[in-house]
Design a binder for this molecule. Structure first.
Ligand code: ZN
Length: 330
């Protein structure tokens, strides 16, 4: 195992411009602080926001209970443990939520198997321009549904996937769901794809190998000067209320390359579930190890969305047991 880790460090060291010191052999966390920004300020940014991205129980000490302003709508599941259908009681809504192959999980390099011979992960249609993007407030966070001309529809293939998967939508969670090396991030974005053997997401979601999700974890840039790094945050103010929808005007349409930038990052892969009820265990997860950045102002916009759990919604499911699963590092 030690040999594999050492080899891995050498390989990843070659990929990233910043060398990894010997002291990082066990604590691999420093790897995640190298991206587009200098190491020290990124580390500071991370520490600064870490305080609001810890486990939910710690978060509650920071957010005063009275700020939880619950809506009257008849939502079913909740992210608040004290609620009737809080996270540990989702099994009452859907038995799959008590399954052995649930998501999210805690991911760590030294508990993963490194894949040497791999097919590259390809996101075909990364540059495709959609004909429409509809933004929906799905209860405290937003989902983006894309329409494309048939020939332009983005598909994901390669890596751990045996067939092509069609792009369906992306959405985000406030508070990351997966944790990397024991640490959570400020937010996690999920790009959802369904198996191309099926007609639609709905018909694929309960089938074995039905779904593939790319997860991108975000930290917040401490600098105030930069307002926007992610085009997709621009229209959030149009869907403040739960269930509100907004169709992004033509000039604001963007391609998936504006979201993921690339698909050449190293990533963890494992078999798990949807992270909300019905918690179907049909998801091939692809969790990117390289953290993305968002600005303070973007985070503020995200927190303005109302819905499930009220204002300042935390909508990340706590980590689930890995049980008998193996996690692969590509
Ligand atoms: Zn999600």
């Amino acid at each position: 195992m030690r040999k594999i880790t050492a080899c891995l460090l050498t390989i990843l060291g070659a990929i990233t411009p910043t060398a990894i010191s010997d002291s990082a052999t066990r604590n691999f966390g420093s790897y995640y602080y190298v991206s587009h920004y200098d190491d020290q300020s990124h580390q500071q940014d991370y520490n600064y926001y870490n305080v609001v991205t810890k486990e939910p129980s710690k978060l509650e000490q920071i957010v005063e209970p009275k700020t939880w302003n619950r809506p009257a709508s008849n939502y079913t599941f909740s992210y608040l443990e004290e609620d009737e259908f809080g996270p540990s009681n989702w099994g009452a809504l859907s038995p799959s939520c008590n399954g052995l192959y649930q998501s999210p999980v805690s991911l760590a390099v030294n508990r993963s198997l490194f894949v040497r011979k791999k097919r590259p992960l390809e996101l075909w249609g990364l540059q495709s321009r959609p004909t429409r993007i509809t933004l929906v407030n799905e209860g405290g966070s937003a989902a983006y549904f894309f329409d494309y001309r048939k020939a332009d529809h983005p598909r994901l293939r390669g890596g751990p996937l045996k067939v092509d998967y069609m792009f369906y939508q992306f959405h985000y969670h406030l508070g990351s769901e997966h944790s990397l090396e024991g640490q959570r991030s400020t937010s996690e974005l999920h790009l959802v794809f369904y198996n191309s053997l099926y007609e639609s997401y709905e018909s694929a979601q309960n089938q074995a190998d039905g779904i593939a999700v790319i997860a991108l974890l975000y930290d917040v840039l401490k600098k105030d000067r930069i307002d926007t790094l992610n085009k997709w945050t621009r229209y959030l103010s149009k869907v403040i209320e739960e269930d509100h929808e907004y169709s992004i005007p033509n000039y604001g349409l963007f391609s998936l390359s504006d979201v993921t930038q690339t698909t050449t990052w190293p990533y963890f892969s494992y078999e798990g579930s949807l992270t909300t009820p019905p918690c179907s265990e049909t998801v091939q997860w692809i969790v990117v190890t390289q953290r993305m950045m968002m600005t303070k102002s973007e985070l503020k916009k995200m927190r303005q969305l109302k819905g499930r759990g009220g204002e300042w919604v935390l909508n990340s499911r706590p980590n689930q047991a890995l049980n008998f699963r193996r996690v692969f590092l590509y």
